[in-house]
Design a protein around this ligand. Structure first.
Ligand SMILES: *[C@@H]1O[C@H](CO)[C@@H](O)[C@H](O)[C@H]1NC(C)=O
Length: 447
């Protein structure tokens, strides 16, 4: 939107770059698979605070305190050259360099412009996120966390992006929650020190060596597909819609002890419906990539609150024919199986194999323009509406344009308990057909 003005840009550092000094965080294969991914972009829409709330100064002061605890976000990525084998290695240096903080204003935009009644996402939203086209590997010079606070006519949008090698969604939202609590209480002293995940891969030496050629920056997204137009849409699944889908999936599978979860049922519904309209031949293989949190899957398990990136994208695979002919329950079962297969043993085998043959990093998420993949990011378990900075709870959650391929689905909890919002990025023609498909729309409600 033409009238968005950046009023200021600054770097916010932790007040005290504390006791932990220059902690080095070494990167696992699970982190390094994200090397060429865009920084994920997320944001929350809020009502407008009172003018005497002193929005910007309070947000910056509390951010500085929050970064004392969440010091990895204030660090930088460091690249080390290994001339002996023409490779490079990376680690995170928690050097207190700081996070970027932008203050912007878009006077002609109001809250209702964000919340279209049919769930469509206005294209101006891309300007409400702080960085465009930054990849994890850019963290050598770019902050690992950037935030943009945009004041609109009757609200505030806090957009942010972060380096996925530093944190996954679970850790990012726990940071965000701490920040909001410090801001609303005005005090930064009453929270736990951060627990880092540490190196949990016995028998694998760090730093991992990556061939220089794999770390070259891929071509910009736009040049890959100059004509393709994707659109974003938010689909709302009510508690009833979700329990109906879940019951349908579980009934189709019969009375075995297998339990399809709500997220798996919704994911399977999206996967089948999008592929149905993708124009692919029936024998074509399709992928449904789901982010699995590995913390509790390792042995010994890592604490749920342990900070870092422990999300691993694993892929359920089915041909178009199988997806369409075998039903919702079958598709949900493929997702259920791939999640279950992330055992301690499989994680460690994956890591050991990965370092022996580091390749295909350059594909990033954006490599697949074929329309045969859906990627499920974020989770309805992240409590996005639980972040009150002191002037009111969020009204809506949205994702930004990073890592956009047709088939990117970002899951958020809906504002009503037990509901789910799915922000889908799809080719325009796929979206048109999807909206006309009664079997799809019967389970969704546009907000
Ligand atoms: C989806 O939820 C809405 C609102 O609860 C409801 O009206 C609609 O019938 C639901 N669809 C199905 C298939 O249950």
């Amino acid at each position: 939107m033409a009238d968005l003005v950046i009023i200021s840009s600054s770097i916010v550092r932790p007040v005290i770059n504390s006791q932990l000094g220059r902690t080095k965080i070494h990167l696992t294969p699970f982190d390094l698979t994200h090397l060429q991914y865009d920084y994920p972009q997320r944001g929350l829409l809020f009502p407008k605070p009172d003018p005497d709330f002193h929005l910007i100064s309070r947000l910056k002061t509390s951010l500085s305190l929050a970064l004392e605890t969440y010091f990895p976000f204030a660090g930088r990525l460091v690249k080390v050259e290994n001339p002996e084998d023409n490779s490079v290695s990376f680690f995170i240096d928690c050097d207190g360099s700081g996070a970027r903080f932008l203050h912007a204003e878009a006077k002609s935009v109001s809250v209702s412009d964000f919340l279209q009644p049919d769930g469509s996402v206005p294209s101006f939203i891309q300007h409400f996120f702080p960085a465009d086209d930054i990849k994890s590997s850019d963290g050598v010079s770019e902050p690992l966390l950037a935030l943009q606070v945009t004041e609109v006519k009757d609200g505030v949008f806090i957009g942010f992006c972060y380096n996925h090698m530093v944190a996954d969604g679970a850790s990012m939202w726990s940071f965000f929650h701490t920040w909001s609590k410090i801001c609303s209480s005005g005090s930064g002293s009453d929270h736990q020190p951060l627990i880092l995940k540490g190196w949990f891969l016995d028998g694998i030496d760090y730093p991992i060596h990556i061939l220089v050629s794999e770390t070259e920056r891929p071509q910009p997204r736009r040049e890959l597909s100059p004509v393709a137009v994707t659109k974003d849409r938010v689909f709302h699944f009510t508690k009833k819609n979700i329990s109906d889908l879940k019951a349908k999936a579980n009934t189709e599978l019969g009375s075995s002890e297998l339990k399809i979860s709500s997220v798996q049922a919704v994911s399977a519904h999206m996967w089948r419906s999008i592929i149905k309209h993708g124009g692919l031949s029936r024998e074509k293989q399709t992928h449904c990539k789901v982010a699995v949190d590995l913390r509790q899957r390792l042995n010994p398990p890592l604490g749920k609150e342990c900070f870092g990136n422990m999300a691993y994208l694993s892929s359920a695979i089915a041909t178009v024919e199988e997806l369409l002919d075998r039903g919702l329950g079958w598709a949900a079962l493929q997702i259920n199986k791939v999640v279950k297969s992330q055992t301690n043993e499989n994680c460690k085998t994956f890591a050991a194999d990965w370092i022996k043959n580091v390749k295909n990093l350059k594909l990033g998420v954006g490599g697949r323009v074929a329309g045969d993949t859906i990627v499920i990011a974020s989770s309805p378990r992240f409590e996005v509406y639980n972040n009150d900075f002191g002037w009111g709870k969020p009204i809506a959650a949205r994702a930004g344009p990073g890592n956009s391929i047709s088939g990117k689905l970002v899951f958020f909890p809906g504002i009503d308990e037990g509901s789910i919002d799915v922000q889908a990025t799809l080719w325009s023609d796929v979206l048109v057909n999807l909206l006309a498909d009664v079997e799809f729309v019967e389970y969704v409600t546009t907000v």
